[in-house]
Write a protein that binds this ligand. Structure first.
Ligand code: HEM
Length: 460
């Protein structure tokens, strides 16, 4: 179909030639939300180095990520920057290769595998929670956001490598990955600069990548020599493609292992940090969580079967991921000309399903700024557009770790509610920082107080 007679989506005006990006980062999302109010759910944003079509309605998600997904691919500076570290891992691969990899990796995230992972997850969570005791005893201000980064890293390391890492190594791996992830954002903006130009942090980035590669390849080698199948990496090592009969090479395994880390640990940590930011501002929500956890678990160690009745815990996570979606935008590039809402989308144009704007769109969500976990009860979810809530993406590229992450989140909320009272520190409001994800700028600071009847601890 020829769309050339159609107009392009309206351009954000009033932005000097320099580009909208500095303003975008400075004013956070208010700038984009104001543009949506002025121009409608679809508009063009000048990013300086290129421009992008911003989409803020669930029907656009249905179009770009589901119904016409074959017309859009992961191209452009952002994905290229990710590829420098992820190689050809699942989040960045395309076409037949992506299909094959997804087929091979998917079974590692099946229901039965998640059930088998529950015990390991709880062990890792409890191990990390042990370091919270001091703050609970002394009443010292505690950065729960930083603590969640360490905790979800610990969970990923255990789920991924089993007991493959040596003492102290998990922490070092975590630090190196955190640095790499941050650096990728810089990479996205400086991609066009020549290699010889000294970009701050490049040497440290390269060292961090080298270190991660060494650790991952060492564990792959060790895994090849054993038949163990109790961790994600060993499942990938032994996976055979049902259609081609092929297995993954070491290089592919490296890319997939690193990709699962990058995609899975920071996102979950950030989501949890915002959940606590919100709950400490709405203590009645935390109190209800505690009541639910007391009723379902008492002091018992949670198992997989407990997740279903912990409905409020799940609703809290869903509502937090709505208000603060860690992956706040989903960029694509059009492979061919297309039409959205009567506008022309030229081939080669960057198109962004803007999760944050969709989650805050008042035409989609009633009182979108209100923290209200009950929105996610089955009764109140009825009739909602199925792409209204997309923190994990949509369509064929839907997050492979979605259930893993929600399960981990529920277990973490439950373990914390069993042990601690968590309250806000007056005057220490978390501030949003837009990087590769939306995290709290200087952490989320809270007070912890031990509950009088502590939860039972799993003994290995
Ligand atoms: C709250 C936590 C998480 C959030 C918000 C999140 C978000 C997302 C989003 C939005 C996508 C789709 C990206 C796109 O279409 O361009 C995605 C894909 C992906 N996620 Fe997650 N994710 C989370 C947790 C995890 C976890 C725990 C893992 C692994 C254990 C994981 C692994 C992946 C992978 C491998 C992909 C690529 C899938 C594909 O393209 O086939 N994620 N995630």
């Amino acid at each position: 179909m020829n769309h050339s007679a159609l107009a392009l989506p309206p351009k954000v005006s009033g932005v000097p030639l320099v580009s909208a990006l500095p303003r975008l980062l400075k004013d956070r999302f208010e700038f984009l939300e104001a543009a949506r109010q002025r121009l409608g759910d679809i508009y063009t944003l000048d990013l300086g180095f290129s421009d992008a079509i911003i989409l803020s309605h669930p029907r656009h998600v249905q179009h770009v990520l589901v119904d016409h997904a074959r017309k859009y691919f992961k191209g452009g500076a952002i994905w290229e920057s990710m590829r420098t570290f992820l190689g050809n891992g699942l989040p960045v691969s395309e076409g037949e290769f992506w299909k094959r990899q997804r087929r091979m990796i998917q079974p590692a995230f099946h229901h039965q595998r998640l059930i088998a992972l529950t015990e390991k997850m709880v062990e890792a969570i409890d191990e990390s929670l042990a370091s919270w005791e001091q703050a609970a005893k002394t009443g010292a201000p505690f950065d729960i956001a930083g603590a969640f980064s360490r905790m979800t890293m610990n969970v990923m390391v255990r789920a991924m490598f089993g007991s493959g890492l040596e003492a102290g190594e998990a922490e070092r791996v975590g630090q190196a990955l955190a640095y790499i992830i941050d650096y990728l954002m810089v990479g996205m903006m400086t991609k066009s600069l020549p290699e010889w130009l000294p970009i701050p942090g490049r040497a440290r980035y390269q060292q961090a990548v080298q270190y991660i590669d060494e650790v991952v390849l060492r564990i792959i080698e060790r895994g090849r020599a054993s038949a163990e199948e109790d961790n994600l990496l060993s499942l990938l090592l032994h996976a055979v493609d049902t259609e081609s009969g092929e297995r993954m090479t070491n290089a592919q395994l490296r890319d997939e292992a690193v990709s699962l880390f990058v995609a899975g640990y920071e996102t979950t940590a950030v989501g949890l940090a915002w959940a606590f930011h919100l709950m400490t501002r709405h203590p009645e929500v935390f109190q209800r969580l505690r009541t639910e956890v007391d009723e379902v678990l008492g002091q018992r160690v949670p198992g997989f079967a407990d997740l279903r009745p912990l409905t409020h815990a799940r609703n809290v996570l869903q509502e937090s991921l709505r208000l603060y979606p860690p992956a706040y935008w989903i960029p694509r590039t059009a492979t061919e000309e297309d039409e959205i809402d009567g506008y022309r989308i030229p081939a080669g144009k960057m198109v962004v399903a803007f999760t944050y704007l969709i989650h805050h769109n008042p035409d989609v969500w009633e009182q979108p700024e209100r923290f209200d976990p009950d929105r996610f009860t089955p009764e109140r979810s009825e009739g909602r557009h199925k792409q209204a809530w997309i923190p994990f993406g949509a369509g064929q590229r839907l997050c492979i770790g979605r259930e893993f992450s929600l399960m981990e989140g529920q277990l973490i909320l439950a373990r914390i509610a069993q042990r601690y009272d968590v309250s806000a520190i007056p005057g220490r409001e978390a501030r949003i920082h837009i990087g590769t994800s939306i995290r709290a700028k200087n952490g989320v600071w809270v007070h912890l107080k031990a509950r009088t009847r502590p939860a039972q601890v799993r003994t290995a």
